[in-house]
Design a protein around this ligand. Structure first.
Ligand code: NAD
Length: 251
C-alpha cells in the first residue's frame, strides 16, 4: 500500500470524484477524512465503505467557501487523527452560464468554492505539514483550467486560478517538503454533468474530441494519479498539473 498511515482530507468526498479518491486512499492504507458540504450522512456512507473494506475513515462537514470553516475542518481532522499529510481540494461546482447570464452571485459562488476554498484549505493545513516536515496538497482542477469552454467563463477562471495557484504555492512550500500539485480531470461521468449526458448528441461530441475514444471517463480512472500525487513516488514533483483526460487537451 502506497499511503500506509497517512492522514488524508478529501473535500467533496461524499460523492463523485471525491468519493472515488477517498475509497482508493482508504484501500492504500490512508486514514481518510471524508468531507461533505452539508449532507454528513453521505460522507458517513463513504467512510463506512472504507471501514468495511478494512480501512480507517471518518466523516466531517464543512463549507469550504468560508475561511473559518476551512480552519475549523483542519482543526477537527487534526483532533481526530493527530495530523494532516494529504489534502485533496476536490470540492467544486460548475454553473453553465453565458457572459450575459453570469451574475455576481454565479461568479462569486464558483470563485468562492473552487478557488478561494482551495487556497484557504491549503492555508489551514500548512502549519501541520510544516511541523511534520512533509505534505501533499492536490488541487482537483480541470481541462477547463488549461483550455476555454463556452458558457463557462467563471468556471474556467476558477479552474485556471487553481492551476496557477499550485505554481505559486510550490515556490513557497517545496523547501518544506510540501508538494503542491494539480490533478486535471477531463470529462468524468458524475452528477455534475448528468443533465448534459442525457443528450446523445452531447455524448457524441465529447467522444469525437476525446482521443481515447470514450465520451466520458469514470471517476475511478483518476484514482491512480491521485495516489501518485499523494505518495512518496511524487516527492520531486512540484507545481505540476497532471491531466487525466483521455487526451482531450492534446488537440
Ligand atoms: P460532484 O458535483 O459530484 O461533486 C462535487 C462535490 O463538491 C460534492 O460532494 C459537493 O458536496 C462538494 N461541494 C460543493 N460545494 C461545496 C462547498 N461549498 N463546501 C464543501 N464541499 C462542497 O462533481 P465531481 O464531478 O465529482 O467534481 C469534483 C471536482 O472535479 C470538482 O472540483 C470539479 O470542478 C472537478 N471536475 C469535474 C469534472 C467532471 O467532468 N465531472 C471535470 C473536471 C473537473
Amino acid at each position: 500500500m502506497n499511503l500506509e498511515g497517512k492522514v488524508a482530507i478529501v473535500t467533496g468526498g461524499s460523492r463523485g470524484i471525491g468519493a472515488s479518491i477517498a475509497r482508493r486512499y482508504g484501500a492504500e492504507g490512508a486514514r481518510v477524512a471524508v468531507v461533505a458540504h452539508t449532507n454528513l450522512d453521505k460522507a458517513r456512507a463513504v467512510a463506512g465503505e472504507i471501514v468495511s473494506a478494512g480501512g480507517e475513515a471518518q466523516a466531517f462537514q464543512a463549507d469550504v467557501a468560508k475561511v473559518s470553516e476551512c480552519a475549523r475542518l483542519a482543526d477537527a481532522v487534526i483532533a481526530a487523527f493527530g495530523t494532516v499529510d494529504i489534502l485533496v481540494n476536490n470540492a467544486g461546482i460548475f454553473i453553465a452560464a453565458t457572459i450575459e447570464e453570469t451574475t455576481e452571485e454565479i461568479w462569486d459562488a464558483q470563485m468562492d468554492i473552487n478557488l478561494k476554498g482551495s487556497f484557504f484549505m491549503a492555508k489551514a493545513v500548512v502549519p501541520a505539514m510544516k511541523s511534520t516536515g512533509r505534505g501533499k496538497i492536490i488541487n482537483v482542477t480541470s481541462i477547463a483550467g488549461v483550455g476555454g469552454f463556452p458558457d463557462s467563463g467563471a468556471y474556467c477562471s476558477s479552474k485556471g486560478g487553481q492551476v496557477i495557484m499550485v505554481k505559486a504555492l510550490c515556490l513557497e512550500l517545496a523547501k518544506y517538503r510540501i508538494n503542491v500539485n494539480s490533478l486535471a480531470p477531463g470529462n468524468i461521468r458524475t452528477d455534475m454533468n448528468a443533465p448534459f449526458r442525457a443528450d446523445p448528441d452531447y455524448n457524441a461530441h465529447q467522444k469525437s474530441l476525446t482521443p481515447a475514444g470514450v465520451d466520458h471517463l469514470d471517476a475511478e480512472d483518476l484514482t491512480g494519479a491521485a495516489v501518485f500525487l499523494a505518495s512518496a513516488d511524487s516527492d520531486m514533483v512540484h507545481g505540476a498539473n497532471l491531466l487525466v483526460d483521455g487526451g482531450w487537451a492534446a488537440w
